[in-house]
Design a protein around this ligand. Structure first.
Ligand code: ADP
Length: 372
């Protein structure tokens, strides 16, 4: 028996909105602006976000040419670009990495990104443009990316082009020294020696700046390699410094990682080289170890040297930053900046722990390589 007052209707699921209603609601409430134009660039339909972005009511837009939404100075060239799109109608993103601007009704320019999608309709090919506003955060990221790329280009061109005139200066100074050395008095010889020394130093600075700018542009593929192989090569590079300082270098078993072999060697050479260089009265003792850390291996290069004050931890990774005079310890101040750039290119990070007067440990992570 059915309870009193029961109606079979109450068992019915509430009616679902029709598909075309759902589609209309989705189109309207999409957070991306959407505007569809026909082959001739006439606006067929827009959603609410387009009204908000450009400040027009939809009845003012439908039937108008899409050029209405472009800044005046780009309108004339636009029909040709539309025609070009229709020749090769493929989904295409525009605006990332460039200054794409729309025009608000009040004349202000709106920075935007657009994805164009060709759509086949009953009445022929149309284009659906999805428009998103470039937020200030995205714009700042974009500007940073661009200014980094420019800086990189500048560093490369400057260091590359400075090498040639510098070589001329060095070789003529050396010629002067060789050919006229015996005819010059002590002061003149000393001045030439200082100039030769300065030119040699500038050469080292330029080479390091060039290596820095090449970390990204000339970096090789990341391949699985045993970190021990890179360390062997570094120790070979550093054998004179090791012998001279009477250093002891200890290492544990080392893992396979994903790295550009030449760049990994550079990181170890710089870190072990610093561990040998910045030592106190005791001969250097350098320890190299690795520990697993999730998908990464964490490497540690530890020394018993002079140590670093925590307030300088950030500074020493910046290009040309040094904590000592050249008379105390030679160097260009580029080594750690290059290490940082290499490690970050590999998706890892680099940092340090140190006790002034006792020693430092430089740590960095690299993705673990697949086992052979
Ligand atoms: P450079 O060695 O040419 O001076 P780096 O970029 O390699 O340049 O290092 C920057 C500075 O960081 C060094 O000048 C030094 O003051 C400090 N530093 C680096 N490694 C160590 C270390 N192992 N112990 C003490 N100080 C260090």
């Amino acid at each position: 028996m059915l309870p009193a007052g029961f109606s079979p209707d109450s068992l019915l699921v509430p009616e679902r909105p029709r598909d075309d209603t759902l589609l209309r609601v989705a189109f309207e409430s999409s957070p991306a602006g959407m505007v569809m134009v026909d082959r001739d660039g006439a606006i067929l339909v827009v959603n609410q976000e387009i009204e908000r972005l450009f400040g027009y009511a939809r009845k003012e837009l439908v039937g108008q040419s899409i050029e209405l939404l472009l800044p005046e100075d780009t309108r004339a060239a636009h029909p040709a670009r539309r025609a070009e799109f229709l020749l090769h109608p493929k989904r295409r993103a525009m605006g990332t990495g460039t200054d794409l601007l729309g025009r608000h009704r009040d004349g202000l320019k709106v920075p935007i990104e657009i994805t164009l999608n060709p759509v086949e309709t009953d009445t022929g090919l149309c284009v659906l443009a999805c428009v998103t506003e470039l937020t200030s955060r995205k714009r700042a990221d974009e500007e940073l990316r661009r200014s980094n790329a420019e800086l990189q280009q500048f560093a490369y061109v400057a260091s590359h082009d400075l090498q040639e005139p510098l070589r001329t200066v060095t070789s003529f100074l050396q010629l002067l020294q060789r050919r006229y050395g015996d005819r010059l008095d002590a002061d003149a010889s000393e001045f030439i020696a200082i100039a030769v020394d300065g030119a040699a130093r500038m050469q080292r600075l330029i080479e390091d700046l060039l290596s820095y700018s090449r970390v990204d542009t000339r970096g090789g593929a990341l391949v699985p390699i045993n970190a021990g192989v890179a360390i062997d090569a570094s120790l070979q590079d550093l054998r004179a410094a090791i012998a001279e300082s009477g250093a002891r270098v200890e290492r544990s078993e080392l893992p396979r990682v994903l790295a550009d072999p030449a760049q990994l060697q550079r990181v170890f050479t710089n870190l072990i080289g610093n561990a040998l260089k910045f030592h106190g009265p005791e001969p250097p003792l350098v320890r190299i170890a690795a520990a697993r850390d999730g998908a990464f291996w964490r490497f540690a290069v530890t020394d018993n040297g002079i140590g670093i004050d925590p307030k300088d931890y950030g500074r020493i990774f910046v290009i040309f930053q040094r904590l000592h005079s050249r008379e105390e310890f030679p160097g260009t101040g580029m080594g750690l900046a290059i290490c940082k750039k290499i490690v970050e290119r590999h998706g890892g990070r680099i940092w340090l722990e140190s006790v002034p007067g006792k020693g430092s440990t430089f740590l960095f992570t690299l993705l673990a390589g697949p086992e052979p």
